[in-house]
Design a protein around this ligand. Sequence first.
Ligand code: GLA
Length: 727
Amino acid sequence: MIRYYERQKTFWLRGKSYDYVMYVNGAGFLQNLHYGGRIDENDLGELIRRGDLLCPPQNVNGELALDAMPGEYGFFGRGDFREPTAVIERHDGASMSRFRYVSHEIRKGAPRLKGLPHARSADATFAVTLRDDFSPSEITLYYVVFDGSDALVRYAELKNAGSEPVRLKRAFSFCNELPSGDYKMLRLFGAWATECRVETTQIGRGVTRLQSLRGVSSYGLNPFAAIMRDGCTETQGECYGAQLVYSGNWAITAEKSFSGSVRVQGGVNDFGFSWELGAGETFVAPQAVLCYSGEGLGQLSREYADFIRERIMRPEFACSHRPLVANNWEATFFDFNAEKLLPIIDGAAELGADTFVLDDGWFGERNFDNVGLGDWVVNTEKLEGGLKTLIERCKKRGLKFGLWFEPEMVNEDSELFRAHPEWVIAKAGVEPVRGRNQLVLDLTRPEVVDYIFNSVSKILSENDIAYVKWDFNRDLTEFYSASIPANRQGEFAHRFILGSYNLMERLTSAFPEVFFEGCAGGGRRFDAGVLYYFPQIWTSDNTDGFERTRIQWGTSLCYPVSAMSCHVAACPNHQTGRTTPLNTRCVVASLGATGCELDCSKLTDGEKAEIKSHIKNYKQIEELVLRGDLYRLSNPFETNMFCEMLVSKDKTKAYVAGEVFLGGPFGGYANVLRLRGLSERKTYKIEELDIIASGRTLAELGVSVPQLGDFGAWAWHITESEEYKES
Ligand code: GLA
């Protein structure tokens, strides 16, 4: 809901449980009055009285009075000493600005952003235009509102309405002022094979900055932050989320002022950034998804999960069956031929998988990671008869066929590089940094995007391919393109990601029936921008049954479990060397889009039986994975046990899955898990335990943790029951 109170010049946005109120204050600035839990519209007068205290209108024209004003977009050089939201440098070098309200519009639905991933639908959009007092610059702030959701999408469009060019030195997407208080900031940090670890620190005075300078959203830090009010936990208290729908260099900052208020803002990273706007041109900053929860982090995550499924993912795949994949990577690495793969396909079918995915190594001279990348032509020496032989075998076994690509990359030892050395990101005279022996193609050049589109399209149209795994195995280092003029190199990083989005858009549109899975050496590019094109991402190269609990827990903070590819791998684990029971690996892999990452042709009968039953189990709970609500019960970072629970929206079904670690708790009255998310009034049966009890009792008294030994895991299936236990 969006309401305008004309006399008070107040705009009131309302979602499922938050209110967001702003007004045009006496000096003409757009000022925030409230963002948080529900308040009473009758109290508008009181809100305005409080707002006026923070910006006495009589002072703002010549006095330093803006430092305490909770603005909707911070501007530079006029007595607000906090970091601005935008910095616009004019042709004379000046960049002070003072943006005031000009006009607004309330529209139905969601705006479409050309070339950038965005919320696909919405109930209403509030667009408010501000103009600079000192230059012909305009900024339109967008607020995209969803009635049944606590997500609020924000972004900004900056326009040069003058006749001289201007240079944007910062153009963040949003500015969000939180009132004076004690806040903590949660972020997801990591590295290859340890993605999405959780760190929470107090927000102190000054600027706290999360960012990526890697050219991708990165596993260093995920483009997300939760700002938690004092006392906020998994299950209670207030918190705010800021998530960017963006996959390039990004920043999210939180600045605590002298008074204790916190300004949160973010968007395209301004470090190394500049963007020239010619007369009449606009720059559209990527969308940010803000979210409010009055019921702890758990609720924040459920709002994000719903939002991504309902508004970001391609609707035809968002809640559709996820391919049950058997992938050959950890089974063979580069060392395969048709003879080796055919039994793996047979094995995959026997296990109940429905898609076989051929990973890296099928093209060009690709027998190691230093050769062949970029040559998207089947290596028929390795695969006699081309992909057809494998596809035929898949069909015969009732499987679909999937294929790995790494479209944005190239090896120097490749036909592509030999033909077009100028297509890589490099600066003449500077030795390029290689990552995994490869270079990155310069996607700011349209001819490069065209080439990749055509060569990948050729493979996809000549073969019956149902699934694509799209990898991206290194960070960007040299932010430079010979095709961009010297004074505009600051545009490179953003232009690169626009090139990637263009490629993703073209390929997913040209092959609408193909299921695309994102990957970037695991979770290097796990973000809402990628999820707009690809509904699923390979969560991590780390397939260890213990490490995965932490990676999946962290990732679930702001992404749905259905976005996470979770495969069962062999032991000892390739990445950690650890051995965990097969059942444990299956249980952990059931909390996401599942599959296998092992040699399906070399399993013992016992292993086959366990994996078959895992796949059967996944089929049984898939609805919960696709559409359910996640409740995180035991935190693997803080305790030596992991447990999560999925509950259907109508609360008739649930699935609990957990693992105890070294020295973890075992059965007994002291070690109970209190189940959450069930209806207090309904009666439930826990199949495996033969327990029948009400949701209220299961939440209050909990259920004992089973006695399993180190790295043991369990799964419980819960259904609403008509039965009542005799007492
Ligand atoms: C990355 C991916 C793996 C695999 C390899 C292939 O590391 O994350 O799953 O596809 O590339 O080279």
